[in-house]
Design a protein around this ligand. Structure first.
Ligand code: ADP
Length: 491
């Protein structure tokens, strides 16, 4: 039992739709794969619950049947969840299997879309997590849910829509990883959730004539968190709230911004297994080797030391603002610059990038792929990393770039604002370059400021040394979550 105010020995049921390396479609997978381990490192007892999608490789991760089968009542029918289990670096993981619901081609839907019966699939998963705690007789003190897929869990527990069993005293926490994804379905789907009728209203799940599964958690969870302090403020505004700003503003006292961490075991230039040569703050020679290999990988002309390499990696979607990189590129390339872009996503953006590469052979390279190894090389071999996001809940690439001595050029939003300090050549303080208005002109100005700084080796050396000494480790974030949990349990 946890002492009041201390997280030591606290029992945490961590319920997530994904966790790396078992299953990952984005940043949420990284968080759920790392945070439980960091919480364990602080002395908490953490059990992680995931759906067993067809995509999860049982053999590769040592996943075995737990010899346990659960009956899960959803939508007037009893469903069976076969429980599988594994150990993720010492953290106990339970996976709930049901072939009809999770043995499918897609995780959330076909080709990045949405299955119409997702309310059923994820009600099953949330109810299944409660049945699992009952079967294990495991009285977690904190139940931590993530995004729309598990937002029903706090609602089921807090409203006692079903018998919560050993979870009856648990404090519920919901983390919002990206408010743009809200789990919106037709109103008829409310019935399947099993939630009390009063939640089938604008005070509950109703959202402009539909239902939002995320909203179930936003209105009921004991505490809400999101993945950076600035994003926690932005989601309460019309610009950042995606229509949910009113609900979040009402709950602002329970809403906490806790920055994500980086897994430096995977992302450090001293040990990175994907690099042709590793390097460190004290010896940066390897970075030039990485740059040569990067330019070759993108089919670009070799470049001398004074030429700068500016890159982008990420999903090619509206959020990430690649459209202003595309608009800025012809002007940027008037400078002594190479541009490397790695990503997949919107077919229209992909086509525009391919046109751009054809128009600037040898100077601008595009790879339309999801390639982890190339992402590491790009982070190491570039001088500058552009992230002109329209909004950015936290963002990981800029955090990785800092550690690799690659200066981020970022828009001042969300987690980008919280992790990159603008460089001031007078004081020598700062870790990157920032701009505010979402316009190619402002991105270009910030890149030019970076290029000016790069031509002054003393300033550049100071900047990269500042960047490389930043600490955004998971231990730091885990301590913030631990403080939140301890406060909830003792209140
Ligand atoms: P988001 O979760 O919004 O996609 P983040 O910056 O939080 O953005 O995390 C994205 C993660 O996915 C990073 O680890 C990034 O390196 C990786 N990533 C995104 N696109 C690609 C790609 N095309 N190839 C390799 N890695 C990618």
């Amino acid at each position: 039992m946890a002492l009041s105010g201390s997280p030591h020995g606290l029992k945490v049921l961590f319920v997530s739709p994904e966790a790396a390396p078992l299953v990952k479609t984005g940043g949420l997978g990284d968080v759920s794969g790392s945070l439980p381990l960091a919480l364990r490192g602080l002395g908490m007892e953490v059990r992680l619950v995931l759906p067993l999608y067809r995509q999860v490789n049982l053999k590769a991760h040592g996943i075995k049947p737990a010899g346990l089968s659960l009956s899960v009542p959803v939508g007037g029918r009893l469903w069976t969840a076969q429980v599988f289990t594994a150990s993720l670096k010492g953290c106990q993981v339970y996976l709930l299997a049901n072939e009809e619901l999770f043995g499918r081609e897609g995780i959330y839907g076909p080709n990045g879309g949405d299955y119409a019966d997702n309310p059923l699939r994820f009600t099953f998963f949330c109810r299944g997590a409660i049945e699992l705690a009952r079967a294990l007789d495991w009285p977690a003190q904190v139940v931590h849910a993530h995004d729309w897929q598990t937002a029903l869990l706090p609602a089921l527990l807090e409203t006692k829509a079903c018998d919560p069993g050993p979870l009856s005293g648990a404090a519920t926490v919901l983390t919002i990883h990206n408010l743009a994804y809200q789990g919106i379905y037709e109103r008829e789907a409310f019935a399947v959730t099993g939630l009390p009728h009063w939640l089938n209203s604008p005070m509950g799940l109703e959202f402009w004539g539909n239902i939002s599964l995320l909203k179930a958690g936003l209105v009921t969870a004991r505490a809400l968190t999101t993945v950076s302090p600035t994003y926690a403020e932005e989601v309460t505004t019309p610009e950042g709230g995606h229509g949910l700003e009113g609900v979040l503003a009402q709950r602002h006292e329970s809403l906490h911004g806790i920055l994500n961490g980086a897994d430096y075991a995977d992302w450090s230039p001293e040990t990175d297994r994907f690099l042709p040569e590793v390097y460190s703050r004290g010896d940066m020679k390897g970075k030039l080797v990485c740059r040569d290999k990067l330019l070759a990988a993108f089919g670009l002309e070799k470049a001398g030391k004074r030429t700068s390499v500016l890159s982008f990696v990420g999903r090619l979607v509206y959020q990430k603002g690649v459209d202003i990189i595309i608009k800025a590129a012809p002007r940027l390339l008037l400078d002594d610059l190479r541009l490397c872009i790695l990503g997949t996503g919107d077919p229209e953006q992909e086509a525009m990038l391919q046109d751009l590469a054809r128009a600037h052979p040898g100077r601008l390279g595009v790879r339309l792929a999801f390639d982890d190894e190339l992402a590491h090389l790009l982070t190491a071999g570039s001088d500058l990393l552009a992230m002109p996001s329209r909004y950015e809940p936290c963002g990981l690439n800029q955090i990785y770039a800092l550690r690799y001595g690659t200066a981020p050029v970022v828009r001042e939003v969300g987690g980008l604002k919280d992790t990159v300090q603008p460089f001031d050549p007078m004081s020598g303080q700062g870790t990157g370059f920032t701009f505010q208005p979402f316009h190619e002109r402002d991105l270009t100005c910030a890149v030019r400021e970076a290029l000016w700084t790069r031509q002054r080796p003393n300033l550049w050396h100071g900047l990269t040394a500042n960047a490389m000494s930043q600490d955004f480790s998971w231990q730091r974030s885990a301590r913030a979550y631990a403080g939140l949990y301890a406060g909830l349990v003792s209140s």
